[in-house]
Each structure stands twice: as structure tokens, then as C-alpha cells.
Design a protein around this ligand. Sequence first.
Ligand SMILES: NC(=O)c1ccc[n+]([C@@H]2O[C@H](COP(=O)([O-])OP(=O)(O)OC[C@H]3O[C@@H](n4cnc5c(N)ncnc54)[C@H](OP(=O)(O)O)[C@@H]3O)[C@@H](O)[C@H]2O)c1
Length: 254
Amino acid sequence: MIAHQHDDFAGRVAIVTGAGSGIGRATAHTFARAGAHVLAVGRRTDALAETASAHPGIVTYSADLRAPDTPREVTDAAIGRWGRVDVLVNNAGATQVMPLDATTADGISALFDLNVTAPSLLANAALPHLRRVRGTIVNVSSTYGHRPLPGAAHYAASKAALEQLTRSWAVELAADGIRVNALAPGPTESEALAAAGLSEAAIEQIKQDEAARIPLGRRGEPDEVAAWILRLADPATTWLTGQVLTIDGGLELT
Ligand SMILES: NC(=O)c1ccc[n+]([C@@H]2O[C@H](COP(=O)([O-])OP(=O)(O)OC[C@H]3O[C@@H](n4cnc5c(N)ncnc54)[C@H](OP(=O)(O)O)[C@@H]3O)[C@@H](O)[C@H]2O)c1
């Protein structure tokens, strides 16, 4: 576990979506340890409760981010409790194996509703509050947001969209002092492969293949990713905006 020595986030409020597992859970813990109040968002109340049990600074909010009213309700919950939103971490996302010959409209919509529309509507709902405090947005993309992913092209396309939203919002919101960046992790231990409906045997095979292709020789741990999400959001990171930072053990270089 990566410890943080500073409390630069004391009194600040972070919304972290997808906080019931994987990268989102580690991110909620990392921000809470840095002194932030964290609203941990996801669907499963038990998973969120486990996240929150690690730190008193974490409060949970259970909702489906694909529902059109959820983004505003999430933002209202943070404002109702703490009166401000300093950081929005758009982390909730899903992957889907969907080769072109099995591609459906419903399959595309399910991916884009969660990976593109929900982060957009959350950013929209949080915007007036971010403006007030010159806050920041961190979008969680993927190394496959900027490299091909045969067999899961629409996942890659949804993350490419998120990266382009990041760059466009960074310029659009710069005059408000709002920084917008993205973190693009490579294969990281989480519940993502199981959530995609893959069998245990298939997951094990994918993990072995990925580890073999990554120059540093292993998949990442959620804490290793969360540390950089915190750094992108850190108020001390004053002149960085519109960037996509890849954390993938060197996979992108291969
Ligand atoms: N792990 C990797 O290898 C990897 C690599 C690159 C990028 N990423 C990205 O990293 C982010 C986090 O993924 P992860 O790997 O940590 O996977 P994960 O463990 O599956 O976490 C995703 C979280 O999102 C939540 N979520 C899913 N659908 C939701 C919905 N409709 N409404 C609200 N919450 C929802 C899930 O909780 P509920 O099911 O309880 O809602 C879950 O806790 C994703 O954007 C993913 O694309 C992951």
C-alpha cells in the first residue's frame, strides 16, 4: 500500500465513482488518507460499505450512473453534506468483449452510457461547484483509449472518447481555473474482467498473457494507479491540464 505523507486535501471534497472495487476503491482510500471527504459512488451497497469501512472520511452513495438523474443526485449529495466539490474522479467504467460480428446497438449503448455519457453528465452537474473552488476533473481512461483492442473495439472507442473529452474540456474550462486530466491505466488487478462476464479460466489466461506482454513483467495494483489519480488532482499540480497519463508498466511502448 502506498502511503501519503501530506494532507493537501484537508477540507476538500472528492467524488469518486466506481468506488466499490478495484481502482475506484483504492482511489477513495488514497484521497481519504490525504485528508479529503470522499463520496464513494457505485451500485452495490455492500461493496461500497467495505470501501468506507477503511476510513471515516468516506461516505457512500449507491446508484446506477446510467440513470439520467443520477449525476445530479450524486452532486447534490456531496453539496448537501459538505457544501463543495473540489475533485470529480470519473472512474466507473466497464469493458465488454464484443467482436464486430457480435456487435449490437444495445451492447454499444451499454458501454457508452457508462463510459462516456455518465462522466459527461457528472462533469456537467459538478461544473458550477468546481467553478466556485477552481476544482479539477480526473477521467479514468485506459491504455486502450489510444491503442487498438481487437475484439473489444467499442471499449477502446469509449475510452478514446473520454480522452478527447478530457482535452476539449481542459481548454473549455481553463478560463475557470478548472484543470481536466486523464489517467490511462494498463491491465490492473480489479473486478473488471469478472464484471465483463468472462469465465475464471478465461480471466486467468488473459492475466497471464497480459503479464507476459508488459515490460515490467506484471499487471498493476490499484494503489499504484490511485497514487497518480491523486497526483493529477493535487492542488499543488498547478500547470498540468488536458493530459492523458499512461500508467501501464511500459505496455504502451511495445
Ligand atoms: N483494471 C484494468 O485493467 C483497467 C485498465 C484500464 C482502465 N480501467 C478502467 O478503470 C476504471 C475502474 O475499473 P476497475 O478495473 O477498477 O474495475 P472494477 O473493479 O470492475 O470497478 C468498476 C466499478 O464501477 C462500478 N460500476 C459499474 N457499473 C456501474 C454503474 N452502472 N453505476 C455505478 N457504478 C458502476 C462497479 O461497481 P457496481 O457494480 O457495484 O456498480 C465497480 O466498483 C474503469 O473505467 C476501467 O475501464 C481498468
